[in-house]
Design a protein around this ligand. Structure first.
Ligand SMILES: C[S@@+](CC[C@H](N)C(=O)[O-])C[C@H]1O[C@@H](n2cnc3c(N)ncnc32)[C@H](O)[C@@H]1O
Length: 278
């Protein structure tokens, strides 16, 4: 897949806000530099109207923010770019690292997650993924069956299986995710994780789940909830992430969530995740 990379001048104080807005516009990769942000999006999801929308958002931030440069990044450069920026990290109970940085001999009681991200979202670096990884041990029980909507690298489904879930099904509309999640399944030697390219239409017919993980973004979640919620078992839990603080009330008012109990909302930086129970 080919990507468009935008280099944007933006003061450090406004970078998180801009990342959140670009994320809602389907941007996937972000690199924060000194008063600059580099953001990337698949070429197929970028057009003049998105560029105009970004320019409007930048104007609203103040006169100094602007798109400095726009360039096309061909496929083959991505791994190299990622390899420079991805470092091992501890997130809650997990030690997350790529294959090119070996796990130290002693990671104590941490659970190892080996994730080679390539271009799929889910390095564990984004706050929305970290938020779920930190919370996951409290949500997943032994024997649970998991549905991972927008699986990206497969990191959340793999983590859930390592916590004792018996099986997981992940889906993603991004073809890189399908390939990459499958690679990460092999790396982590997890069994019973099936990944498919597509959206809710690829969920096995009639199947219901104990836990649904959905780290996508507000607009996609609003569209997908009517298809996801009926896939919850009785007392099943759904965790919605990829949301900003201000999205909480909009989400909780969604008709598809009407019959669910809101258990808890957690926040990390400006991002929130909402847990509900059927
Ligand atoms: C924020 S990433 C999350 C990746 C991973 N689950 C994580 O937590 O790190 C969202 C993923 O959802 C996928 N996605 C976006 N819209 C979707 C849709 N309508 N159906 C399925 N996947 C979608 C994107 O391709 C992307 O890989």
């Amino acid at each position: 897949m080919e990507y468009i990379e935008l280099r944007i001048s933006v003061q450090d104080d406004f970078q998180e806000l801009l990342i959140a807005e670009l994320f809602d516009l389907d941007f996937e990769g972000f690199e924060q530099l000194d008063n600059e942000l580099v953001a990337s999006i698949p070429t197929s999801r970028f057009d003049d109207s998105k560029r105009e929308e970004i320019e409007k958002k930048l104007m609203a931030l103040g006169g100094e923010s602007a798109i400095l440069n726009e360039r096309v990044i061909p496929d083959q450069n991505w791994n190299e770019a990622w390899e420079r920026t991805i470092k091992p990290q501890t997130i809650g109970k997990f030690y997350v690292h790529p294959t090119w940085s070996q796990s130290p001999d002693d990671i104590g009681d941490k659970i190892e997650l080996m994730i080679d991200p390539k271009m799929a979202f889910g390095t564990g670096y984004h706050a929305t993924t970290r938020l779920i990884l930190e919370w996951l041990p409290d949500i997943v029980d032994e024997g649970d069956e998991i549905l991972d909507a927008g699986t990206g690298t497969g990191i959340l489904a793999i983590a859930a299986l390592k916590l004792g879930a018996t099986s997981a099904f992940g889906f993603d509309v991004d073809e890189w995710s399908e390939t990459n999640a499958k690679e990460n399944i092999l790396l982590n030697e997890v069994e019973n994780l099936e990944v498919k390219l597509g959206s809710t239409e690829v969920i096995p017919e009639g199947k219901k789940y104990d836990v649904i993980l959905a780290n996508i973004n507000r607009n996609a979640l609003i569209d997908l909830l009517p298809m996801l919620v009926p896939r919850l078992k009785e007392n099943g839990r759904i965790l919605l992430s990829g949301l900003l603080e201000d999205d909480e009330q909009t989400m909780l008012k969604q008709p598809a969530l009407e019959k669910l109990n809101h258990l808890k909302t957690k926040q990390l930086e400006e991002w929130i995740a909402i847990l509900l129970e059927a």
